[in-house]
Design a binder for this molecule. Structure first.
Ligand code: UD1
Length: 417
């Protein structure tokens, strides 16, 4: 198993072009099955989850071509509506194939999805919404079977929570449904907007993506298009945080600052100077590391749950106590044990964690348990005195393209072994 070896204490400085957003590219690739044309998606990050999504498309009978960062999918040859556990078990977001496959084929059999260990991740909102559109859902022990006696019907669906995955699935199902669908209390994440822009380019009629009410007028057919995926806001925040935690400076190209404003504000409060012009973000540490009085995760535009582990590590090096409340996923604190081994005082109770800031992090042998928790450990190791070894690199590399190479370019002493 691969691991990172990091010698901490180097001041990071440099410019990074951020990868395309993982959480955009996966639903957009899944959405290509709704079309009858050729779609070319640019700015696709080279990640294991992207590769797995392409493999799923191939299993479904789509023709794919992946050259550099561009993936072309021709779904006109789609011939299969079944996804086995071998594919879905590795990636939670494989559930985003449910809506598009049902809309395109009228029938889908899909093994329950796996993925990052963030606690139970139910799909009741996805299924209830599809039922409201006329789908018949059979939940078997190992798989789901959905079919539609006739075409999916537009409906007014109110989500009890603005789930990102459910919003995406229902929006995709609705584009080929008969009549109008209104999604109320929809998720507002930038990746939802990106998906809607892609679908509209293919001929869909979606209004209101990015707000909590999305209206979708069903159409009979979608064609192909070219689309460029937005920059990854969590990866952008990670590189800025790497500069901040080491007292350095960084510029990140290709991410829209508006999409990560909640994190930028906190980086500023932590003691860095942050600025932006167009798609170029920059951060300069002012050498002061202030604690965060209260960070609470919330659906977008609130502070993102994916950013929490990054800020836990920043809090560990700050002066004073920081308080975190996680409201989205119960296993979000996977980095706590590793941080404690590095000398951080963290008291955790349920959804809340109190971090006692300390300047004295020391290197340690730790293990990444999930993607963002792993990234948080890398940040802490960059700031710690001495050598750290981080196991579980495959979790981290599910979300970060060329992570080691980028951090090395910024001056980090990091080696994959
Ligand atoms: C997506 C992101 C993930 C991010 C999360 C929250 C992708 C590929 N992943 O995950 O990185 O951390 O949004 O911003 O885009 N829930 C239900 N029933 C459902 C669906 C969700 O109760 O049917 C609950 C979940 O248990 C969780 C909350 O809603 O507590 C948020 O989940 P959701 O927004 O659906 O997250 P994902 O789409 O899985």
């Amino acid at each position: 198993m691969d691991r990172y070896e990091i010698v901490g204490g180097q001041r990071l400085e440099g410019e990074i072009r951020v990868q395309g957003a993982k959480n955009s590219v996966l639903p957009i690739l899944a959405a290509t099955v709704l079309t009858n044309g050729r779609c070319t998606i640019h700015n696709c990050p080279a990640l294991s989850d992207t590769a797995l999504t392409v493999q799923i498309l191939q299993t479904l009978g789509c023709r794919t071509d992946w050259e550099q960062g561009s993936i072309t999918v021709d779904s006109s040859s789609l011939s299969n509506q079944e996804l086995s556990e071998t594919l879905t078990g590795k990636m939670r977001s494989s559930i985003v194939f449910l809506g598009p496959l049902l809309a395109r084929c009228g029938r889908v059999k899909i093994a329950y999805p796996g993925g990052c260990r963030l606690g139970p991740r139910p799909i009741d909102l996805h299924l209830n919404g599809l039922r409201q559109m006329g789908a018949v859902v059979q939940e078997e022990q190992d798989y789901l079977l959905c079919h539609t006696p006739s075409k999916l019907q537009g409906a007014r669906i109110t989500l009890s929570f603005p789930s990102v995955g459910a919003t995406e699935n229902l929006m995709m199902a609705a584009v080929l449904a008969q009549g109008k669908t209104t999604l109320c209390q929809a998720a507002r994440e930038p990746e939802i907007v990106d998906l809607a822009v892609f679908l509209n380019r293919c001929g869909a009629r979606i209004c209101g993506a990015g707000s909590s009410v999305i209206e979708i007028e069903g159409v009979t057919r979608l064609g192909g298009c070219e689309h460029t995926v937005i920059g990854d806001r969590i990866a952008a925040a990670t590189y800025l945080a790497a500069a901040a935690i080491t007292g350095g400076q960084a510029a990140v190209l290709g991410a829209d600052p508006r999409n990560l404003s909640s994190m930028l504000m906190l980086l500023q409060k932590n003691g860095s100077r942050v600025g932006w012009e167009k798609n170029r973000l920059f951060l300069k540490s002012e050498g002061r590391f202030r604690a965060f009085p209260h960070i609470e995760t919330a659906p977008y535009p609130g502070f993102p749950t994916d950013g929490l582990p990054l800020f836990l590590s920043l809090a560990a090096t700050a002066q004073g106590n920081s308080i975190f409340v996680e409201n989205i996923f119960e296993n979000r604190y996977s980095s706590v044990l590793g941080l404690q081994k590095m000398g951080v005082q963290i008291h955790r109770e349920g959804r809340t964690a109190v971090v006692e800031g300390s300047k004295e992090l020391h290197g340690a042998d730790v293990c990444a348990e999930d993607l963002r928790g792993g990234a948080g450990l890398v940040l802490a190791a960059l700031a710690a005195r001495g050598r750290s070894r981080i196991e579980g690199v495959h979790w981290i590399e599910r979300g970060y393209e060329h992570f080691c190479r980028n951090l090395t370019a910024m001056g980090a002493k990091i080696r994959k072994e």
